[in-house]
Design a protein around this ligand. Structure first.
Ligand code: IPM
Ligand code: MN
Length: 360
């Protein structure tokens, strides 16, 4: 079967890192059909919208999407609906990509990159499962209005709505338990049930879903405590399941534990297994065009795409072991460079992974 992949490279370092990931994908000997389209600021410049209709159509009609990154300071002054970030939010919503898998893995070769003590993070392998299409990100109503009750009557107020439907909580909870079962069978559900109604409801539903998974050890944690525990003893966690906003924040924190956000892939999946795969880092406009960005997170995202959407586990394994090999060889892009290793460019890293791939 030919795998149809939409490639949306986006802004900043997006095009450079996606180019290297595509070299790797094409070297696997699979039947892959790639089609590229503009997204984010690049699409706004060309078509006046960060997610043009033709880009959305291409995404919808593909088995999977390989996404680079979107955003640049030069778009900060645009009205919200035209900002690059709307492209990724729009894709998530339009494709129903409700499940966001964000692994935080510490590669042994990069143990010194973390700002935490090596013994706290050595061997770290946790997975944040973030619900991606609900919560305060999408809840209505939202906006700015004149207050009609409370003590600020007549004043303008900004407001958003945090909400979760039962079905939304159930499906992410099920996925959380199933994912934990394939790992170390520990699931921690993170909420703010001591304050928020939405969170208390979330917790009640997760407890109910847990009845189907007696073999998984379930715990609950308030988000403020989870933020603390992640830096105190991150290895206590296996899978963390949480809502959109808390997941946004905690996944950045977890990524930073590894000290090398340039290494971390992510997957956003819908109910039919279609997925969007992107590096966890952003568009890094400050280093765009210099050929120094780390393409490994994008390559590892391509590996996740092969595993989760294209049913090509063997090819995914090959990419992952090729990446491990180049790290073992001491090759590093600037973001993970340290004394005693060899600094390479984005393209040289691509060359090295291709070389390693030919041997695995
Ligand atoms: C992320 C990003 C996005 C989010 C932004 C760019 C809308 O921070 O993917 O984590 O908040 O979800
Ligand atoms: Mn984020």
């Amino acid at each position: 079967m030919t795998h149809k992949i939409a490639v949306l490279a986006g802004d900043g370092i997006g095009p450079e890192i996606v180019e290297q990931a595509l070299r790797v994908l094409h070297a696997l000997g699979l039947s892959i059909q790639v089609e590229q389209a503009l997204v984010g600021g690049a699409a706004y410049d060309e078509h006046g919208h960060p997610l043009p209709a033709q880009t959305l159509e291409l995404a919808k009609s593909s088995h999977a999407i390989l996404f680079g990154a979107v955003g640049d300071w030069k778009y900060d002054k645009l009205p919200r609906e035209h900002r690059p970030e709307q492209a990724i939010l729009g894709l998530r919503k339009a494709l129903g990509l409700f499940a966001n898998l964000r692994p935080a893995i510490l590669y042994p070769e990069l143990a010194n990159a973390s700002s935490l003590k090596p013994e706290v993070v050595a061997g770290l392998d946790i997975l944040i499962l973030r619900e991606l299409t609900g919560d305060i990100y999408f809840g209505q109503p939202r906006g700015v209005r004149t207050a009609v009750d409370g003590s600020f009557i007549g004043e303008r107020e900004g407001f958003d709505t945090m909400r979760y439907a039962e079905t939304e909580i159930r499906r992410i909870a099920h996925l959380g338990f199933q994912t934990a079962k394939k790992r170390r069978s520990k699931l921690c559900s993170v909420d703010k049930a001591n304050v928020l109604e939405t969170s208390q409801f979330w917790r009640d539903i997760v407890i109910d879903v847990a009845k189907d998974y007696p073999e998984v050890e379930l715990s609950h944690m308030y988000v403020d405590n989870a933020a603390m525990q992640l830096v105190r003893a991150p290895k206590e966690f296996d899978v963390i399941v949480t809502g959109n906003l808390f997941g946004d924040i905690l996944s950045d924190e977890a990524a930073m534990l590894t000290g090398s956000i340039g290494m971390l892939p992510s997957a956003s999946l819908n109910e039919s297994g279609q997925g969007l795969y992107e590096p966890s880092h952003g568009s890094a406009p400050d280093i765009a065009g210099q050929g120094i960005a780390n393409p490994l997170a994008t390559m590892l995202s391509a590996a996740m795409m092969l595993r989760y959407s294209l049913n090509e586990d063997g090819a995914a394994d090959r990419i992952e072991s090729a990446v491990r090999q180049v790290l073992a060889q001491g090759l590093r892009t600037a973001d993970i460079f340290e004394a005693g290793t060899t600094k390479v460019s984005t393209a040289q890293m691509g060359d090295a992974v291709l070389q390693a791939l030919s041997k695995v």
